[in-house]
Ligand binder design. Sequence first.
Ligand SMILES: Nc1ncnc2c1ncn2[C@@H]1O[C@H](COP(=O)(O)OP(=O)(O)OP(=O)(O)O)[C@@H](O)[C@H]1O
Length: 593
Amino acid sequence: MKLSNTSTRIALFSKVAPLGKALSPVTKPLLGATLIELLSAVFAVLPYVLIVQVGNELLSPAPNAGLVWTLVLSAVACLVLHAALSMVALTVTHLTDGTHQWRLRRELVAKLGRLPLGWFSVNNAGQVKKMLQDDTHAIHYVIAHSVLDLVSGLAVPLLSFIYLFTVDWRLAIIALAPPLTYFIIFGVVTSRSSGVTRGIGEISGRLSGRVIEVLEGIQVIRAFGQTGKAHRRYSNTVDEYISRTVDWLLPLSKLQAAISVLLQPITFLLLILMVGTGFIATGRMEPLTILPFLLLALTMGNPVLRLGNGMSSLMEAMEAAQRLENTRGLSEIEEPMNPQTPDAGQLDVECKNVVFSYKEGHRAVDHVSFVMLPGTITALVGPSGSGKSTIAKLLPRFYDPQSGSIAIGGVPIREMDTSELYRKVGFVFQDVRLLQETIRDNIRLGNPDASEEDVVRVARAARIHDRIKRLPRGYDSIVGVDARLSGGEAQRISIARALLADAPIIVMDEATSMIDPESEAEIQHALISLIKGRTVLVIAHRLHTIVGADQILVVDDGNIVQRGTHEELVPSDGLYSRLWKAYERTKEGRGKQ
Ligand SMILES: Nc1ncnc2c1ncn2[C@@H]1O[C@H](COP(=O)(O)OP(=O)(O)OP(=O)(O)O)[C@@H](O)[C@H]1O
């Protein structure tokens, strides 16, 4: 029992702590707003107390009209003060929130900028959007609204209760029964559904991802006949989202039904009338004593509802703060203290004993060593899942290896400034991301200062110039708006971009066999322009394209099991010759069809 209490406390702390941390920069202004809201709560309750005095005065044997007017005007003044203070508190929280949101978003964007590029291969745009928009919005809601909701939701009924307690403690305790029952039900239901809320948050992130996946990749999905699959993935996520939401909403709607009865003013009035009449009838209470209870009962319901709203957004914010905290804790790509630059003339690439694991216990790259001499082509060949992409992605620091080193011109890439690294290493992978900008700006990402002639030159070399010219506004067409590009065309734009960047080392993924032959031929021509005179590391899927490579590294289960040229490897009895024979057979098969 003790153990479970301790673990519950630890679980609660671990939920509250990230939110506390997220709110720590705004503690002072929030405290100020809380005090103002507390004062406003006092002025919300005072008019009722004054009206009770008015009632008492009017029912007295000789009412004093002057005093009654003073009391009524004071009540009006209190109401005005209550409204004014609430407005000031709300302004303070909104101003605080404005600066905090800006700071938080800037911090997150800066963090995203320091994350290894590999993180973005696993976390899609939907998840990033959820973090930058939805999670920061959840924090916004707590700062701008929930804190005040909670303060007034607690303070107004509490002040009313204290006053009523001084009038008649027995009836005061009876008046406490409905909100107390509400808290118990609310507490039980929300603690039961907190796991589900977290689950819904995760699925909602995935759902945004699926929508973006379908929308962004619609051409590619269609071109590859994957519409059914993408749609199935999307509808499975929607089904999961609906089922989890129903799981979550069902107990909450039961609670809602309970709230509507428990917190109705009529519930308080009936309860007080029933018990109060009993007290009066049995001589335990003066008849006039019931008046403050009948009036203040009206103040109990609404603030408690505000408390309910405040609590549920607080729960959401706790989950959001946890996700933001997880993002803050992600390891960043380390920038060197004293960056070094390799000599432009000696850009050989050396991988020495490189080990990399995505997860503990499985090495995706296991003690890999190789050298790429300047101006040569190195091809990575191997079965699916053998580790080719991972090896290739280590060179532009999509991930950092756990051990071993990668150096360019003798300088470890970790010792190079990342901007310098990207000047040296360009990459063209299959999952091309184009920005919703003009085609020209998409190409110019490779070199923002490039002239119009240079943009056209690289577009021609990448075999995409004619297609761009056919677009409604040529190079000014905006991707996704008036330029709907196929997967192959997008890849050629990214090749043009890499050509413009003019990095001496290129890491690239060859076109897959899924693309249509015409597109593939165009991409191959574009790639030939790209690799001319550069040091190239290519992930090969179609073996005939790398027959002329200077060296072929045959990868199996994270290891390089063979290396050499095509002529050297074909005769030797190894994985390469088996892959080659299998490739020849499929080519023949396709030829016969
Ligand atoms: N982001 C990731 N997170 C976890 N594991 C991963 C990730 N990417 C790849 N892997 C795993 O690492 C291993 C190597 O994968 P990798 O993609 O490098 O192989 P590959 O040879 O390029 O395959 P393919 O030819 O199918 O693209 C596989 O076991 C794969 O499941």
